[in-house]
Design a protein around this ligand. Structure first.
Ligand code: DAH
Length: 359
């Protein structure tokens, strides 16, 4: 006769020894399965005499029930343990630095445009705008550069096909036509800057056929060269974020200003690949300026006997290259992601008149 108690404890030991669901299932198949040891035992019941069955029946059934329960309980235990192990393995460390988002950055030109607007806003200048495809009249004629004037050859112009209405257009060669637009539309006092794209037929490491300028225009009663000098100085200090700068004005010629001056800033370029402002024996060219020519004032409907004005126009790409150390102007417009990642800016990097970036 089978020793039920011994069989039961043997099977219970197997149940406890099963360390995963597969092992536990093997025990179940080996005992309660069709050919399992407990099922085989139950199958012998039919062959027992009624008296034997009375004694053995409850024992067999008890064995089956005990094993069934033990297997179910062990199954729950194993599932809990598996969950615990998973939770332990997947602990989230909230103190770890966040994974970097693949975020974009602000193009150095956009950054510099924002910086310049912020600086001039603090000086009380508004921002005026004009189109890239400009009337020949505004780009040249009203700026005292009539057709056939030799000064037109100073700028290699992209001409646009003649229009049906007889007006001729160019890709603006400078931001100066916005002076014209502003004076035609507003009465003095005028205090604006205008910045954006300008175009000339030119391309090498320091010239791009598309580039950027900032133009400033102030027209009021009693405006003189001193105002021009002060404004250029404030702008350069804020833009390059240095207190000690030295400016030099050279006499120049532009048809739209009289007198005309070009500004240079003292710098040190004795260490290759490095430029320091405020010291040294070198000069960095900033751009042109002057007192607005009375003919230009008159071309734009402003009484030159009452009002005077100053203006300047500086190249922004060059200023950005100098400030942020970029060697080739063409890389600004090549859309190379590696370059953009390296030289790009974050949204809140805007300088103030006190110097430094506001954050
Ligand atoms: N428009 C000139 C250029 O592109 C720069 C310039 C010179 C602008 C004198 C001015 C100015 O406003 O007064 O070369």
């Amino acid at each position: 006769m089978t020793d039920i108690a011994a069989l039961q404890s043997e099977i219970l030991a197997q149940v406890s020894a099963a360390t995963d669901e597969a092992a536990l299932d093997a025990v179940r198949v080996g005992t309660l399965g069709k050919k399992g040891s407990v099922s085989a035992l139950l199958a012998t019941m039919g062959k027992l005499s009624p008296d034997e069955r009375k004694v053995q029946g409850p024992l067999f059934n008890g064995l089956r029930d005990t094993i069934t329960e033990a297997i179910a309980a062990r199954k729950v235990q194993l599932a809990d343990a598996a969950l615990d192990a998973r939770l332990a393995g997947e602990t989230l460390d909230v103190t770890l630095p966040a994974r970097a988002e693949n975020s974009g950055s602000i193009h150095p030109i956009s950054q510099v445009l924002d910086e310049v607007v912020a600086i001039f806003a603090e000086l009380g200048f508004g921002v005026a705008e004009g189109p890239d495809v400009e009337f020949d009249d505004y780009n040249f004629t009203r700026l005292n550069i009539p057709p056939d004037h030799p000064a037109r050859q100073m700028q290699d112009t992209f001409y646009v096909a003649p229009q049906a209405d007889g007006t001729s257009h160019v890709l603006r060669t400078h931001t100066s036509p916005v002076q014209v637009r502003t004076m035609l539309n507003t009465k003095p006092p005028i205090r604006i800057i205008s910045l954006g794209r300008t175009y000339r037929v030119d391309s090498d490491a320091t010239h791009s056929p598309m580039f950027h300028q900032v133009e400033a225009l102030v027209v009021d009663k009693g405006i003189h060269l001193g105002h021009l000098k002060w404004t250029v100085e404030q702008f350069c200090k804020a833009f390059f974020e240095i207190d000690q700068i030295e400016l030099r004005a050279r006499p120049s010629f532009f048809p739209f200003t009289e007198p005309s001056l070009e500004w240079d800033m003292r710098c040190d370029r004795s260490v290759p690949g490095k430029i320091t402002f405020g010291t040294g024996n070198d000069w960095l060219e900033l751009g042109g300026s002057g007192m607005v020519h009375r003919k230009v004032l008159e071309n734009c409907g402003i009484d030159a006997s009452q009002y005077s004005g100053f203006a300047f126009g500086f190249g922004l790409d060059r200023m950005a290259m100098l400030k942020y150390g970029m060697p080739d102007i063409r890389s600004f417009f090549e859309s190379d992601l590696r370059w953009l990642k390296h030289y790009g800016f974050q949204p809140l990097d805007i300088p103030t008149l006190d110097g430094g970036l506001s954050r």
